[in-house]
Design a protein. Sequence first.
Lengths: 328, 339
Amino acid sequence: MTPTREEQHWMYRNMVTSRRFEETIAGIYFEGKTPVFNMANGPIPGEMHLSDGQEPVAVGVCAHLNSDDVVTATHRPHHQAIAKGVDLDKMAAEIFGKKTGLSGGRGGHMHIFDADVNFACSGIIAQGMGPAIGAALSRKMQNKPGVAVAFVGEGAVNQGGWHEAMNLAAVWNLPFVCVIEDNAWGISVSKEASTAVTNNADRAAAYGIPGKRIEGNDPFAIYDAAGEAISRARAGEGPTLLEIETYRLAGHFMGDAEGYRPEGEKDALFEKDPIPKMRAKMLADDAATEAELDAIEAESAARVEAAIKFARESEEPAPEDALTAVFA
Amino acid sequence: MNKPNERKLTIARAMAEAMQQEMKIDPSVFVMGEDIGALGGVYGNTRGLLDEFGSERVRDTPISETAFIGAAVGAAQDGMRPVVELMFVDFFGVCFDAIYNLMAKNIYFSGGNFKVPMVLMTSTGGGYSDAGQHSQCVYGTFAHLPGMKVVAPSNAYDAKGLMTAAMRDDSPVVYMYHKSLQGMGWLGTEAGATVHVPEESYTVEIGKAKVVREGSDVTIVSLGMGVHNALKAAAKLEAQGVSAEVVDLVSLVPLDRESIRASVAKTGRLIVVDEDYMSYGVSGEIIATVTEHDISVLKAAPKRIAFPDVPIPFSRVMEQHCLPNPDKIVAAWNDIKAA
């Protein structure tokens, strides 16, 4: 299947918004952290895992989802959150640790939770799998519409919990899709060095479910494969495993010197940056005019700027708020 | 607590009855775990549920604790009220991420926007030569980590009421039942755990301790199996003219510190009995609860009887040497008097 013109505009808008968001965060992140890098300093303390380059996965999948569907994400969640419709102001405020953040500053960037759009995270590798299949089970048991998607990195596929969850999803025939974002690196260890199979989609065979690898970080191919997988899930035909080749244009985290990358790899990845490629394809296909895409880019930049302004200007939480919301 | 002609239940049956009654009135409640379907749970606590509710709501799982406990978290966040069983608490080693990083933290990390109404029921305790991978209590491990309520019934009345309360709670509750109290003949059951249980549904408040025997000379604080050891010790002490008060904690989180302090303020002496390991655990917490509040109430140094800091041995004589028992409690009293 091919995205409609309207869907392509939505996809492009969300890719650009995500990239602008990450670029803006990256700029602010080093405030207060120079000349000596100290993660604890500045307006955005803590670890920061940016998703530059991985936007096609988020939009190609989330184009098929609505707010009722459930998504679990990882320690690198911004692109998925934006594509799932998480409130950008509150997400930015959460990343700044502000009172107006999604969870009042208790979670930060690795723990983005938005109940309004059924979005949750875990900073622990592969631990989004269990909650996602549980949500899928919940929908099946209640006979309520909705599917669950767990985004994981390719490194998560070597976790025991990933295999347990895939088996359980398959044996219970749950409305679930596991989307592996294969950015080729688990922090500094390459997929080749860590993973016994070249193609993680082959692992679907172990659970008797369909598995497909999508090459090229191509939002259109991802849209097509995800559409089929999500349609299967909605039709009650069970889970699907997708492995999507994508590119991590940033380091594992901010401050990562990336000395482990082969020389020239980063330059080659930037040549394949999916955002200018999508823009060129939409123009070539007459799916958008230059003016429309320029407008999308301007609106996305303005949207991000407003969210960051909201975050910066929001109040800090009261320190003693730390002691609340432990229990429901 | 028992009168003639009153219905008595084992803890196993009391737990099953609580689930059965709640499942009838609340379609969001379901049960999953290993061998909880046709077998009715290794410890009998889900017996009869499969026949009444079917395999959709009474789900045998693969041996995949990370997956199904993690799934319970996701189902709970999505409006269900799962009751999941971790067959032996010792098995938490394979699934603690789902427990303490997801179940216990998602309410907080969502700023309260997600609820996690689930019950994790799990068996504890030894005394039957199952050795140290199938006999631990690890109460302190769970109670130490924030975000989980923790309960441990000592009798069937509390077992039913706590289970009902746990299923109705919007926060995760770890429900730790002791194998030697379950009423499974093959485990050598403590008779005192099988008590009158009303037919109707009721709750026992989570976070409220109970004075199960009143006394004036010493307070013995315990939970689960330890309560029965404490009551037996109290009977022996009574024969010596000593009046012992026994406090059943019922819940570890929230901990009813007020009831502990009130009892010790009255008796002036404290013995804590805990089948979990001695160091860094429940027994130290109970003593700190008293001493950091008002050390002047104590007429003597407090004593604790807990499992020594060794893995639980297989050999009967070695295991029994390590476990708390009534004689050790009486000996602790004698030490207090001799001091």
